[in-house]
Each structure stands twice: as C-alpha cells, then as structure tokens.
Design a protein around this ligand. Structure first.
Ligand SMILES: Nc1ncnc2c1ncn2[C@@H]1O[C@H](COP(=O)(O)OP(=O)(O)OP(=O)(O)O)[C@@H](O)[C@H]1O
Ligand SMILES: [Mg+2]
Length: 451
C-alpha cells in the first residue's frame, strides 16, 4: 500500500514539473518572437524557471517517503516492548501488536496480566503463546498483506477458554492480536447441559420404576393380585415424585423468565407467613413436628414483593425443616424488620455461636445509604448439615442428604428456587448449622419504596 502511494505522488510531481516548464517556455518563445525579449534574456529566464521547478521536484520528492511511512504501525518499535499508547492501552481486552519475526512490538495491561509480558522483554510471540493454532494464525497474518481476520479458540486451562482475533493492521507490516474471554459463555453452556442431563435423569428414575412395575403386573405377578396394592402404592409414590419434579422445574423456569420484571405488589410478611403455615400444618402434624411462630412484636411494614413467590420461599424452607427433623422436635419461624440489609442478614442467619455459616446469596444494595429491610428465619432441631455441603446448597439438584445415604426423598430444587426468588427480590439467603443440634435458614430483602 505504501508503494502505491509513492508511485501516485511521483506521477503528480512529474506532471506539475512538465506543465510549469512547458508554459514558461511557450511564453518566453512568444515574447522572443514579438521582439519584446532578446534571445539571450529569454534563454536565461527559462534557465532560472527550470532551476526553480527542479528544486520543487527534488524537494517534494524527499518529503514523500517520510509522509507515506508516517503511520503508527511503521514507527520504530519500542525496545523492549512496553504497554502501548492511547487507544491501544484503553482497550479493555488483552491486545498485542506483533511485528515481522513474531516480535512483540506493543501490548496493553490486560495482555500483560494474561501473558506476563513485562517479565519477558524483547519476547517473541512463541515465547509467551503456547497455542500452535494462534501462532500459525499470527504467521499467516504476517505473511499476507490482505489476509482476512482469523479467529482461533484456545483452551488455556481446565475451565478457561479464550478466543483470539488476529488481523493485519492496515498500512503496516504488523498484526493485532485481540483476546476475548469465552470462559463465562462456556461455563453457562456447560451448566445448561448439566441441568438438562440432571433433569432427564431425575425424570427417568421414577419413570423406570413405574414401567418396571407395569411389566411385573402384566407378567410374573399377573395372578398375584394380593401384591397389587403394594405395587400400586409404589407407582403412585413415583408418579407423585415426577409431578413434584415437573412442578419445581416449571416454577424455576417461570421465575427465571420473569427475573427482569421487578416485583410490584405491596405485601405483608406476617400474612404471607401465616398463609404458608396453614398449608404446612397438616404435614408437620403428620410427622409429629411442632410448628411455632416467634414473631417480632412490632407490626410488620408493607414490602415490595411477589406474593406467590414469597409463599414458595416460606413453604420450601419450612418443608425442609420438617422433612429433615425427627418426630417430637420443633420448627421455629421468626421474622422482623431491620434498619439495613446488613443488620437483617445478621439477625436472620447469625444467632448461634460456633455454628457453621454460609451466605448463599448476597442481597443487592441499591444505594450506599442503609435500606430498611425485612428478614425471616426458619430454625429446626434436625441433624444439621456437614460443613463441606454448605457452599453447594442452592445449586440445582444438589442434595446433601444423598451423600449421607439418607432415606428422605427430594429432588434438590427447593433451595435453588428459594435462591432465585430472593435474587428476584434483591434479597439474600444464608444458612447456619450445628451438627446434631439443628439448622437455620435465613432470608432478608429490602422493603422497597414507600417503606
Ligand atoms: N433443614 C435442613 N436440615 C438438614 N438438611 C437440609 C435442610 N434443608 C436442606 N437440607 C439439605 O439441603 C439439600 C437441598 O435442599 P432442597 O430443598 O434444595 O432439596 P430437597 O429437599 O432434597 O428436594 P426438594 O426439591 O423436594 O425440596 C437437601 O437434600 C438436604 O440434604
Ligand atoms: Mg426441599
């Protein structure tokens, strides 16, 4: 491209030179013909004009290569390579400029963080880039003036993927390598695949049991009608499990799809708690567990919330407490208000000394000023949860009980639903537990406008 520009400029200068000299010669010739100018004077004037024109021709010729070469890419490389200037440095993505011979000419801070370039002055790309695919792309872009931009995906760790974009810098010999972090995208795709695998596995298990019993009743146990009621009970249990799972999955996807629609209703937590408990009393009574409410004495303020979703939070937490407790124990619910989210979190989830604690979701503060908040705590006298399980509670399908070899069934979606709903309400979720003594789950959220 610089050769083209040089050639164009040369033609322009030759044309100017010829026109100037031709016109002057013609004027002087006419003057000499009319006798206004002597031949000697005319020839001297022509000589002077020719010298001036030659000086212009030579002088402008000397300036041209400098003008053509005056691009960012062709400036002498900093020795050793150092973080690049201006736009280059402002790029939020790791970026490298690589010159002929794969020499790193410039890079920005993000590239330094990724490749540790500051420790390797005068480095060549092959000294810091391990990927043969990327090195080949750089070579290709360096060799061909009009090579199209090349993209290459690199696995840089067990859970780390980058995409490199390699393109030739216009009007230069160097190439630009821009790195894009694909790790979050890959992680989300893997989580989706895991979710689908888990969901289909969970659905297939009860289905396999049901079809197994159908086969048994059609075949070997065809005439053993006395055994049929037992088979039917098991089949009913499995089909209940399936419909619970489908209801939970639908509920999760409904909450996810409405995640960007903020709750609008003005609700009272005390009413939500009493409505939820009414539905759970029979289950608790059936198991011999007492439910008690230990509410704050003051009247509860209204809060911005989605009523059905909060009912689900209370139901999931209380049903877990009942499910994982033994007969004769008590499940206690307390709730109240706090002047800030931080205080609400402490009241909801940090009441026992020496307990294992974990915040599973942080509330999202909108301003730096304290926001009025409400909190709810569900305490049981169950077996407790081992510390190693705490960080994974709230993950879809994660069941601590399974690894204990527990007989209690569940799909491991209850806490995932609670976590999603609390996130939807800008709230938080935390657990504290004492082995052999009990577990408490706490949730808290801002009361929202007009509070
Ligand atoms: N109060 C509790 N006491 C002891 N363990 C608990 C308690 N609450 C939850 N867990 C543990 O956390 C795990 C996840 O709970 P979650 O409610 O998400 O699933 P689940 O109860 O197994 O199934 P479901 O989807 O039917 O609610 C449970 O499997 C259990 O091991
Ligand atoms: Mg549960």
């Amino acid at each position: 491209m610089s050769e083209d520009a040089g050639r164009r400029s040369m033609t322009r200068r030759t044309r100017d030179f010829t026109v100037l000299l031709g016109t002057t010669a013609l004027v002087l010739f006419l003057l000499a013909l009319t006798g206004a100018l002597g031949l000697i004077e005319a020839l001297s004037a022509l000589g002077v004009i020719a010298s001036v024109a030659l000086a212009y021709f030579v002088g402008s010729a000397a300036r041209v290569p400098q003008g053509v070469a005056d691009t960012w890419a062709d400036k002498p490389a900093p020795e050793p390579a150092e973080p690049g200037p201006g736009l280059f440095a402002a790029l939020p993505l790791p970026a490298l400029e690589i010159g002929p011979g794969q020499k790193i000419m410039a890079f920005n801070r993000a590239a330094d963080d990724l490749f540790q370039l500051a420790n390797l002055p005068f480095a060549r790309a092959s000294a810091v880039i391990r990927s043969p695919v990327l090195l080949a792309a750089i070579d290709q872009a360096l060799e061909r003036t009009n090579a199209a931009p090349i993209s290459a995906e690199l696995e840089t760790g067990p859970d780390e993927t980058w995409r490199a974009h390699v393109s030739r810098i216009p009007a230069g010999k160097n190439v630009l390598v821009l790195m894009e972090d694909l790790t979050p995208v890959k992680r989300a795709a893997r989580a989706r695949a895991d979710f689908l695998a888990n969901a289909s596995h969970e659905l297939r298990t009860p289905l396999t049991a049901i079809s197994g019993f159908i086969e048994t009743m059609r075949g070997p146990a065809k005439d053993d009608t006395a055994a049929w009621p037992r088979f039917l009970d098991i089949m009913a249990g499995e089909s209940d499990r399936m419909s619970r799972l489908i209801a939970d999955l639908l509920s999760l996807s409904r909450i996810e799809s409405s995640e960007h629609v903020l709750p609008r209703g003005r609700e009272n937590l005390a009413e939500i708690v009493s409505a939820s408990l009414a539905a759970l009393e029979p289950i608790a009574a059936g198991k011999g567990v007492t439910l008690t409410i230990n509410a704050a004495p003051t009247e509860m303020p209204e809060m911005t919330a989605h009523r059905d979703e909060l009912v689900q939070v209370v139901e999931n937490l209380v049903s877990n407490a009942v499910k994982y407790s033994n007969a004769g124990s008590t499940v206690t619910l307390s709730f109240g208000t706090a002047p800030s989210l931080a205080e609400a979190r402490i009241t909801a989830s940090q009441q026992w000394t020496l307990s294992g604690r974990m915040t599973l979701l942080q509330a999202l503060a909108r301003t730096s000023a304290p926001e009025a908040a409400v909190w709810l705590r569900v305490e049981d006298q169950g077996p407790g949860i081992e510390r190693e399980h705490l960080p994974r509670l709230g993950e879809r399908f994660y069941r601590a009980d399974q690894s204990r070899g527990g007989k209690i069934t569940g799909t491991g979606l209850g806490l995932a639903i609670v976590k999603h709903i609390m996130a939807h309400h800008r709230g938080g979720l935390a657990v504290e537990t004492l082995m052999g003594q009990g577990t408490a789950f706490g949730v808290w959220m801002p009361t929202g406008r007009d509070a």
